[in-house]
Design a protein around this ligand. Structure first.
Ligand code: NDP
Length: 452
């Protein structure tokens, strides 16, 4: 009989922590999970779920406008921010309870409060001490604010989901996932949006063509994108504190009602007591773990955004299942970060799986590249100027498809299927042998015949 209170003590009830805890309990472990804020973590509360709901809301003006070309006459549309936020909050509360029930039904003990690790086997929750054979850190990440004068006048993505009202004007700072998603939502809901990015290409970690194409499409929708635009300072207007004056390093100035920082996220390890254990961390605060998600302290493990590998919910879920199976079911599997598909819910959506052209060229040398861009059938009548972009990257020697990339409506829904094909090492010949579904956008992926 173990002398510890628990076999697994998970800190953080987000996607990864909840999944690992439930699976560990199903394998027979005695599990506790500590959470100081909300069940479901970033994804459920201030990330994927509310973002996608708000993205749906922001699509309606395009739909109303598209409808005219199909013969519809609609009355004047009106949008109520408070209704959207209240409905979104109600859905999140429902999900919080779903998580609570899932944990309880699995036999996981939920401990509410701030957890601090005291030593390799002891955790304190607001002064109450618990011992555990294993400790799992799954505390996720937090938005990072750039250090500049007046940055306290800016908001983060966490704040965005709690805004009392839709701002008339917003400046979104950043060029990554969150920046393009929030800029698209605000723009779709009727806010005048400027997107300021310090670099020259949006989504710069993805295939270069995606960022270029997305910038064109977002610009068509009315977003003012400023490249090489590095913020210098923010101040409040002396007469009206709700107005922000933003100065760029180039000396350009902009007046806006809201500055939203989407300038990256960092591991949430402060105040966790890691200094009490000697657990090693990266310079950015992320917990250092090996292939088994084990830190340099044998009983302390970490998964999800707090280890700073790929900050995506499905990745954290997979990591959680691997840790639980290794610790409590004798499994030996490790995590593969190859061919992780991902989607950005900008308007239009971006989705991708596999290698970028630049990365593929480095590894494989000679490639065949297939690209197409076109007006989807729907927009032949809708009057919308929105276009779709698709790209395939093929290894010339083996004919294997190395990357599938898309910008366009429902790109995430389409790329998910192609992610399976890439997992199976599909070749271009097998893509070509696949019958298309007509008329769809996705059929273009199996009908591109001429390499560039
Ligand atoms: P990203 O890493 O995607 O983008 C951060 C952006 O902020 C980059 O454009 C970066 O510029 C810029 N930046 C960083 N520091 C500064 C600074 N000091 N001043 C100005 N700009 C700065 O981070 P996000 O916060 O957007 O998202 C974090 C992660 O969360 C993503 O990488 C993704 O893994 C996950 N996520 C996933 C989503 C999805 O699945 N749809 C949605 C949202 C987030 P530069 O490029 O020059 O470094």
């Amino acid at each position: 009989m173990s002398t510890y209170d628990f076999d697994l003590f998970t800190i953080g009830a987000g996607s990864g922590g909840v999944r690992a805890s439930r699976f560990a309990a199903q394998y027979g472990a005695r599990v506790a999970i500590a959470e100081q804020q909300y069940l479901g973590g970033t994804c459920v509360n201030v990330g994927c779920i509310p973002k996608k709901l708000m993205s749906y809301a922001a699509h309606f003006p395009d739909d109303f406008s598209d409808a005219r070309g199909f013969g519809w006459t609609l009355g004047e549309a009106a949008f109520d921010w408070k209704t959207l936020i209240a409905n979104k909050d109600r859905e999140i509360e429902r999900l919080n309870e779903v998580y609570r029930k899932l944990l309880k039904d699995s036999g996981v003990r939920i401990l509410e409060g701030h957890a601090q690790i005291l030593d390799a086997h002891t955790v304190s929750i607001d002064g109450r001490l618990f011992t555990s054979r294993h400790i799992l850190i799954a505390t996720g990440g937090k938005p990072t604010l750039p250090e500049l004068p007046g940055c306290e006048h800016g908001l983060t993505s966490d704040d965005f989901f709690r805004l009392n009202a839709l701002p008339n004007r917003a400046l979104v700072c950043g060029g990554g996932y969150i920046a393009v998603e929030l800029a698209s939502i605000l723009n779709g809901l009727g806010c005048e949006v400027t997107l300021a990015y310090r670099g020259t290409q949006l989504l710069r970690t993805m295939d270069a063509d995606l960022g270029v194409f997305l910038a064109q499409e977002m610009t068509k929708k009315g977003i003012d994108i400023l490249f090489e635009a590095d913020l210098h300072a923010i101040s409040e207007d002396a007469g009206d504190h709700s107005i922000k004056q933003v100065t760029f390093k180039s000396a350009k100035t902009i007046e806006t009602d809201c500055v939203l920082f989407a300038t990256g996220r960092h591991a949430n390890t402060r105040g966790l007591g890691l200094e009490n254990t000697g657990v090693r961390m990266h310079a950015n605060g992320a917990v250092m773990v090996d292939d088994n998600f084990c830190s340099n302290v044998a009983s302390i493990h970490a998964i999800g955004d707090v280890v700073d590998r790929i900050a995506l919910t499905p990745v954290a879920l997979a990591e959680g299942m691997i840790v639980a199976a290794r610790l409590f079911n004798g499994a030996k599997a490790t995590m593969s970060y190859d061919k992780v598909p991902t989607a950005v819910f900008s308007h239009p959506n971006v989705a991708t799986v596999g290698l970028t052209e630049a990365a593929a060229r480095q590894v494989y040398g000679k490639l065949r590249i297939f690209k197409t861009q076109f007006r989807p059938l729907k927009h032949t009548l809708s009057g919308s100027g929105e276009r779709v972009f698709m790209k395939l990257i093929v290894d010339d020697r083996t004919d294997r498809v190395l990357g599938v990339h898309m910008v366009g409506a429902e790109a995430g829904e389409i790329i998910q299927g192609f992610a399976v094909a890439l997992q199976c090492n599909a070749t271009k010949a097998q893509f070509d042998a696949t019958i298309g579904i007509h008329p769809t956008m996705a059929e273009e992926f199996v009908t591109m015949r001429t390499a560039l």
